[in-house]
Design a protein around this ligand. Structure first.
Ligand SMILES: C[S@@+](CC[C@H](N)C(=O)[O-])C[C@H]1O[C@@H](n2cnc3c(N)ncnc32)[C@H](O)[C@@H]1O
Length: 260
């Protein structure tokens, strides 16, 4: 089964993408997991683990009695370590242990998958009764430029965001999934569902803006298909490194729920 175009780990830009994601969102992901009490002896599943920054941190947290399974469609950026197993695994189809984990976590995986609702049910099935699901996902429907050197810059950035959302929809993804996740989790039978939104300022050099530059390369073909030009992408890279650029981040939702 091939990787969705948005998450092709064989791309030359994949390692940089994973670094930016980790830098931008690990602090939020970890704080939320700590709040839920993740710690000694927990058995954890990290789905679509990317470069394993969250999975490695979990492996430290769970201590000698715990265990972490990090899966990915293409686990080439993952390395095993004590208490951390790595599995090449397609969350859409491959077998998953039933009722086996205290925690299932996924970040920026479900928005990419047309099969996100059945996948959500599969992840819940892997939780023991009382176990915790944490989904950390973006809604890219909001995230305007706040300061640009000129009006054309603001328009260009807006077109880029719209092209990304269009490209995502064209591949069956849902760029707004982050704000829908809580309702979907409740509909799937979870209890104590608790969505927490996060929003921050983006400026040149921040991991969120570096991730946008990464997208201008990694998603180049999809962006061109959505109507952007090579000239647009060149100008966009200049805009995103201009000291006068500021934007609001999209909203990042960290949503927790428990299997009854
Ligand atoms: C946008 S990256 C997010 C990586 C990591 N979760 C993070 O937030 O840093 C999406 C990841 O999901 C993986 N992925 C995509 N489709 C998958 C599937 N069907 N099963 C398992 N992993 C998948 C990709 O290979 C990629 O590593």
């Amino acid at each position: 089964m091939s990787a969705p175009a948005f998450s092709d780990n064989t791309s030359a830009h994949a390692a940089d993408q994973h670094r930016c994601l980790a830098e931008a969102y690990d602090p939020i992901t970890r704080a939320r997991l700590l709040q839920a009490g993740v710690g000694g002896g927990w058995r954890c599943l990290e789905v679509g683990a990317g470069n394993g920054s969250v999975a490695s941190w979990l492996a430290e947290r769970v201590g000698p009695g715990g265990w972490v399974l990090a899966t990915d469609l293409n686990p080439r950026h993952l390395v095993t370590r004590p208490r951390l197993s790595v599995l090449r695994h397609d969350i859409r189809h491959d077998p998953l242990p039933e009722a086996a984990f205290d925690l299932v976590h996924a970040r920026q995986v479900l928005p990419l998958l047309p099969e996100r609702i059945p996948v959500l049910h599969r992840m819940i099935g892997a939780l023991r009764p009382g176990g915790l699901l944490q989904l950390d996902d973006l809604d890219i429907g909001y995230g305007p430029a706040l300061l640009t050197p000129d009006r054309r810059g603001a328009q260009l950035y807006q077109r880029f965001l719209a092209a990304k959302a269009e490209a995502m929809a064209a591949t069956g993804g849902d760029g707004c999934w982050g704000s829908r996740a809580a309702e979907a989790m409740r509909a799937a039978g979870l209890v104590e569902v608790d969505p927490v939104p996060h929003l921050t300022q983006w400026h040149p050099g921040s991991p969120g803006v570096r991730l946008q530059i990464n997208h201008t390369h990694r998603l180049r073909e999809l962006l061109l298909a959505a109507g952007m030009t090579e000239q647009d992408l060149t100008e966009l890279r200049a805009l995103l490194t201009h000291p006068g650029f500021r934007a609001a981040s999209p909203v990042f939702y960290s949503v927790q729920g428990r299997r009854p």
